[in-house]
Design a protein around this ligand. Structure first.
Ligand SMILES: [Zn+2]
Length: 423
């Protein structure tokens, strides 16, 4: 209904300057505008008072006068609203109501990352991921029609009712984003693995696949945690949406395209579902726990998520599992004829076809090659160290290489030059 399509919110951002110099402005990203969905922002305030601000598509600049000193905090408040798209739309159907399922990606205005070059606002490629953010804590109170089942990042900590509406508060964090999906039709399946409750939400006719999904995700947690360190939350949600891509990662939750859950799908054999579930789960480490700039260095999360998927198939099914997934990576790379296009380029430097073939195909083959170069024990301790030392931070290719070189006590310049490309 119209009630579901209209999103209105008030947000307060507690922003601490963690840089070494004072900041004279704070840059807030309005991601829906990058998907072609306009966002209205009003009532912008700094520490409760009206403040000078300006905007351009996708970005809101708020003046900090006097400048915000390192270690001090400012509170930026604003009202925002947008109307969710229905039917065909740009941006993989991330912000859309379709098939009775509402997908609310990136609706909260979020502070951009400030790095050596200043505010990181590199325009994302149409084929790449959008969100580049520091980890933060989210406390989100949602008011929605009571018939909707709400699925979100984090944990539900409070619930009340107001007439025909439910009021639910979610706490999430540390996390790089907050995602919410909602539907009147969702049914839930749960499996608990260690201290993590894995929930899957889908439409009733796909219940059987949903049971399989929580089982696969549970097994994958059991394989990825020893390899990469603990999953950072005690809840993991899987939700089917009408996504144009096969899957999409968010903190503590990921979306899987509905057709992958369709029983006996003629389009997608079951291994597609398994590979997609594991890939999206692996993003909990590579994207959320360890951040990276998806516009500048998309391989850092995508190729590592693919490599984690390769490791999953190897450990779950032995050599045939490894060889099967390895073959799929070679097949991907062959979509550009196996051309030695560098893995480490910005997303916009690739065509759509190259992006899939190189970042998702050649990229994990590079990581596998790195494992061979370092030897398995050194590689395994490197990978754990990479996750541990960049936990809730932002990693770069340069740091990735330097750390790998630390672990082998060797120079990897030639290997990185051959695969990742010139520095
Ligand atoms: Zn991915």
């Amino acid at each position: 209904s119209d009630d579901t399509l209209r999103v209105e919110g008030h947000e307060e951002i507690f922003y601490t300057n963690r840089e070494t110099a004072p900041l004279s402005e704070v840059c807030i990203r309005l991601y829906p505008e990058l998907l072609g969905i306009p966002m209205a922002v009003s009532g912008v305030r700094l520490n409760g008072a009206e403040v000078a601000h300006s905007s351009e598509p996708g970005v809101l600049w708020v003046r900090l006068d006097p400048p915000l000193e390192p270690g001090t905090t400012a509170v930026v408040g604003m009202d925002f609203s947008l109307t969710v798209a229905t039917g065909e739309t740009a941006g993989y159907g991330l912000l859309r109501l379709s098939d009775d399922i509402l997908s609310l990606s990136f609706v909260l205005p979020m502070v951009a990352v400030f790095n050596e070059e200043g505010w990181a606002l590199e325009p994302p490629a149409p084929h790449g991921d959008l969100v580049f953010s520091d980890a933060s804590f989210f406390l989100v109170r949602v008011s929605a029609p009571e018939a909707l089942t709400l699925v979100a990042s984090g944990t539900e900590i409070e619930r009340g009712a107001d007439g025909e509406r439910q009021e639910v508060t979610f706490a999430a964090g540390p996390a790089r984003d907050f995602f919410l999906a909602a539907s009147r039709r969702f049914v839930e399946h749960t499996e608990t693995v260690g201290d993590v409750a894995v929930h899957s939400y889908t439409v009733p006719e796909f219940s059987e696949t949903s049971l399989r999904a929580v089982e696969i995700a549970g097994n994958a947690l059991g394989i990825l945690e020893p390899m990469l360190g603990d999953y950072p939350y005690n809840e993991l949600d899987i939700v089917t949406t009408d996504l144009d891509a096969l899957g999409m990662e968010y903190p503590g939750i990921f979306a899987i395209a509905l057709p992958l859950f369709e029983p006996e799908s003629s389009l997608y054999p079951p291994v597609y579902l398994e590979a997609t579930l594991v890939h999206e789960l692996a993003h909990q480490w590579f994207f959320n726990l360890v951040g990276n700039d998806p516009a500048q260095e998309p391989w850092l999360d995508e190729a590592l998520a693919q490599f984690a998927t390769l490791s999953y198939f190897e450990q779950a099914y032995g050599l045939p599992g490894r060889e099967g997934f390895l073959q799929s990576l070679h097949d991907r790379w062959q979509r550009v004829g196996g051309a030695p296009i560098p893995v480490g380029m910005p997303a916009t430097a690739y065509t759509l076809q190259e992006y899939g073939a190189i970042v998702y195909g050649r990229g994990p083959l590079f990581v596998d090659e790195l494992r061979r170069s370092l030897g398995v024990p050194a590689f395994e301790s490197f990978l754990q160290d990479y996750v541990r030392s960049n936990r809730w931070g932002i990693a770069t290719t340069q740091e990735f290489q330097a750390l790998a070189e630390d672990h082998c006590g060797c120079s990897l310049a030639v290997l990185f030059e051959d695969w990742i490309g010139p520095e």
